[in-house]
Design a protein around this ligand. Structure first.
Ligand code: GZL
Length: 329
């Protein structure tokens, strides 16, 4: 009798332990590896999920191709994962596949770039940059900086290097850039072209601009990787980046801080890639049965430059050299 009781107890404990350690499978459809921002975003989310007790990550890198993301999402459905994290390489063309995710009743978390169809699909939570505000901050910084050095009433030629065409980070930042230009009539837009968020394409676009545009005074690059590529082109053309051409990036990755401290870049507008601290507690809360609304949560973000103190209304710039040692990406 005693043996039967002990055996039953052992069996019950085994079932409890296996249930407790049952994996929560989280699938992540990532855009690619196009920039330092993207790499930091991937690393942060992978670490946060893979280091969580009982959680397993299913990861897909789409190499910046929408068709690869659509395939990955359908694979996640077939695998019967428990949660899906999604950021879209472009904003359109997701309605059908995200409806399939909904029909499979797999909770969907939107991060980074929110798809245009967001108001037509179900998702359990969303976190992403305020791209319009980031674009505004880029132009406002250039306008306020020129005022601070007594050049607020001097006509200057400005070029805007855009991110991946059709990505919400590009459309949002462009909207913010162009709206803010109206506040600074002396900033004359003489070039606007996509560098696809990559360093190589940023260098190529800047090389062509330096040959085709007589005078460029300010570069607004919608991410730091393109700004760093443009710096390579500016140096190759025998000009001094950060002085002959004022350079404003976006993301605030480490390489941009290094360039600002070296005097080769002037400003970077922050767009954090560190979403692990939002995603992990949200999934833990969802497992507890908590619900979230469809508000897109925008992380707190700053602006970093050579000297600090430039007032942009919603934020004041911080001297990059003062905080470079504290940066996490
Ligand atoms: C912004 C993100 C953008 C970054 C780029 O949230 O989607 O994509 O600004 C990255 O560096 O390629």
């Amino acid at each position: 009798m005693k043996k039967v009781l002990l055996l039953t107890l052992a069996l019950v404990m085994l079932v409890c332990v296996s249930a407790a350690s049952a994996d929560v499978v989280i699938a992540f459809s990532q855009i690619g590896q196009e920039s330092d921002w993207r790499t930091a975003n991937t690393d942060d989310l992978r670490n946060a999920i893979e280091n969580h007790e009982g959680w397993k990550l299913v990861y897909d890198d789409a190499q910046q191709k929408q068709e690869n993301q659509i395939k990955a999402l359908r694979n996640f459905i077939t695998q019967g994962v428990d949660y899906i994290l999604f950021t879209g390489v472009v904003s359109t063309g997701w309605d059908e596949v995200l409806k399939e995710v909904n029909e499979a009743e797999i909770p969907l978390l939107l991060i980074d770039r929110i798809p245009d169809c967001a108001d037509k699909i179900d998702y359990v939570a969303a976190f992403g940059g305020d791209f319009v505000e980031e674009g505004r901050r880029q132009i406002a910084w250039a306008g306020e900086y020129l005022k601070s050095i007594g050049k607020g009433d001097v006509d200057v030629n400005i070029v805007i290097m855009e991110g991946t065409t059709g990505a919400s980070a590009q459309t949002g930042r462009t909207e913010g850039n162009l709206k803010a230009l109206a506040e600074y009539p002396h900033l004359k837009l003489v070039g606007q072209q996509s560098g696809n968020f990559t360093r190589a394409e940023g260098q190529a676009v800047m090389e062509s601009w330096l040959k085709s545009i007589d005078k460029i005074d300010v570069l607004i690059a919608q991410n730091d990787d393109m700004a760093l590529g443009a710096i390579d082109a500016i140096k190759a053309a025998g000009k001094v980046p950060g002085k002959d051409i004022i350079i404003v990036g976006c993301d605030s990755v480490k390489a941009a801080f290094d360039a600002i401290v070296a005097g080769e870049m002037n400003c970077t507008v922050e767009c954090t890639p560190l979403y692990g601290k939002f995603v992990v507690p949200t999934i833990e809360a969802l497992i507890r049965g908590e619900k979230f609304d469809k508000t897109v949560v925008h992380p707190e973000e700053g602006v970093f430059d050579m000297d600090g103190g430039i007032d942009l209304g919603t934020v004041k710039s911080i001297k990059a050299a003062d905080v470079i040692a504290t940066r996490q990406y």
